[in-house]
Design a binder for this molecule. Structure first.
Ligand code: ZN
Length: 216
């Protein structure tokens, strides 16, 4: 454990959030993949024994960060990049199916809302996710915007419990926002993490462009 990790206090989060991460990794990497990851994270007590599907704070930011790091260590930083983004995409789809409070999703009522612009819908969905991060996940977050983009700003993140990276490393979250925007608009929207707490920035910031790519 390096200095960055060991100096941080324990920060609780809902058991259901870590469970959702495990289920998403299992979907992408298979049952042997999640086992290897949990062994690598030194969290083997969770093998075939996932945290409960509850919003009670029964797990920690540190555990969540360790699991993301173990995926990266298992596949190597380059190979892990696409996989972690896919895990995040799966995490959104799973939340949508389960109507999970963890992402605060209104579901098809929002997607099919007539007479409002895609950008207005994007803003509503992002506000819901930010609200759920604050209320449910113990993750202080806010939504900002400028003419070109929405910015989701997160002040406390699991990446603070990971070894320091040179570049933004919250790829699961990039995948989750990417899939959320794709589901909502039926367009591939390129979400970028532009600053990251892990690299010493004051917040993790996700940039979501307002302009939709042309329909292909
Ligand atoms: Zn980050």
């Amino acid at each position: 454990m390096d200095a960055q990790q060991s100096s941080l206090p324990v920060r609780g989060m809902p058991s259901g959030a870590l469970r959702l991460l495990f289920l998403s990794i299992e979907e992408v990497m298979g049952s042997d993949g999640i086992k290897a990851v949990l062994n690598g994270a030194k969290l083997s007590h969770y093998i075939n024994n996932y945290p409960a599907n509850t919003l009670e704070y029964g797990v920690t930011f540190g555990e969540y960060g360790k699991v993301e790091q173990a995926v990266e260590d298992f596949l190597g930083p380059r190979g892990a990049r696409a996989i972690l983004i896919r895990v995040g995409r799966e995490l959104f789809r799973y939340s949508l199916r389960e109507q999970s409070a963890l992402l605060g999703i209104a579901g098809n009522a929002l997607k099919n809302m007539p007479l409002i612009s895609p950008q207005a819908k994007m803003k509503i969905l992002l506000q819901q996710i930010v609200g759920a991060a604050n209320k449910t996940v113990n993750q202080p977050a806010r939504l900002e915007e400028n003419d070109e983009a929405f910015l989701v700003v997160i002040d406390q993140c699991m990446c603070q419990w990971r070894p320091r990276h040179d570049k933004p490393c919250c790829l699961v979250t990039v995948g989750t926002f990417s899939e959320a925007m794709k589901w909502l608009t039926d367009r591939p929207i390129e979400v970028k993490e532009i600053t990251c707490l892990n690299n010493g920035a004051d917040a993790c910031r996700y940039q979501i462009p307002k302009k939709l790519p042309e329909e292909s």
